[in-house]
Write a protein that binds this ligand. Structure first.
Ligand code: NAP
Length: 256
């Protein structure tokens, strides 16, 4: 019996990185998984990998910043799999790395649209299905940068702070409906998002990674499965008394 046997889970940004690892792990533990992303080819590869391992998954193209698309895809998922129990609001972008006084309005809005409005749209359209199912679990990817800050990527840090409190508000609003809402706060995890930050850094990818390793008391950056296991716990009934909480998985980054 898998840890999320019988549950239906939607993962946004499921084609790469943490989202991909989460899709694979939830499926391995018995969930039927809706892999959603704007990257279709990579998303279909995740579905193939799940199916080849004997799991159940389908891919849907989903840009979380488009409300009508969110509404339509969630309706399709509920039709295909019969219900929605788990939503992992994972899709996110790092955005521009400039000091605040140099950021253009469009650059600010781009990050807020994906990292904040996307979480709002997906939560909004998942809630009615979860109410119908008699409960659910929503897991929002915040960051260590929803807890502490750093002198870079200002819209990203603002967006992850917002996600932390959106999670608590929704936890309070929907506790009576048996819908739990929690945030996850990863330290640096080596994913395409972080590798891209390295590529854009003046010192180059390898030196960037070493610099990141040194920021974590445990001595290295994390890997996608380190986060996927935390998400699995929050998706499962093992966490049935956990709501409005912050699951920090950061190799000790925020402990000092
Ligand atoms: P990733 O490797 O870039 O994967 C994210 C996926 O989401 C990509 O496939 C991306 O496509 C997709 N995506 C972007 N915008 C989207 C949209 N509007 N709708 C649907 N999908 C979209 O990122 P990751 O590092 O795994 O991060 C996943 C989440 O964890 C993010 O919310 C991130 O902020 C958070 N997080 C990550 C770290 C870390 O160190 N990696 C640390 C703390 C928090 P594109 O590649 O085309 O953008």
């Amino acid at each position: 019996m898998g840890r999320v046997e019988g549950k239906v889970a939607i993962v946004t940004g499921g084609s790469l990185g943490i989202g991909r690892a989460t899709c694979l792990l939830l499926a391995k533990e018995g969930a039927r998984v809706a892999v959603t992303d704007i990257l279709d080819k990579e998303g279909r590869e995740v579905v193939d990998e799940i199916k080849n391992a004997g799991g159940v998954a389908e891919f849907w193209h989903l840009d979380t910043t488009k409300e009508e698309e969110v509404k339509r895809v969630f309706a399709d998922v509920a039709k295909e799999f019969g219900k929605i129990d788990v939503l992992v609001n994972n899709a996110g972008i790092a955005g521009v790395n400039k000091p605040t006084h140099e950021i253009a309005e469009e650059e600010w809005d781009k990050v807020m649209n994906v990292n904040v409005k996307g979480v709002f749209f997906c939560t909004k359209h998942a809630i009615p299905y979860m109410k119908k199912a008699g409960g659910g679990s929503i897991i929002n990817l915040s960051s260590i940068y929803g807890l502490v800050s750093a002198p870079d990527i200002p819209p990203y840090h603002a967006s992850k702070g917002a996600v932390r409190l959106m999670s608590k508000t929704d936890a309070l609003l929907y506790a009576k409906n048996n819908i739990r809402v929690n945030s996850v706060h990863p330290g640096y995890i080596w994913t395409p998002l972080v590798e891209d930050l390295g590529r854009r850094s003046p010192q180059g990818v390898e030196a960037f990674r070493k610099q990141l390793d040194a920021l974590h008391p445990i001595g290295h950056v994390g890997e996608p499965n380190d986060i996927a296991y935390g998400i699995l716990y929050l998706a499962s009934d093992e966490s049935k008394f956990v709501t409005g909480s912050e699951l920090v998985i950061d190799g000790g980054y925020t402990a000092r």
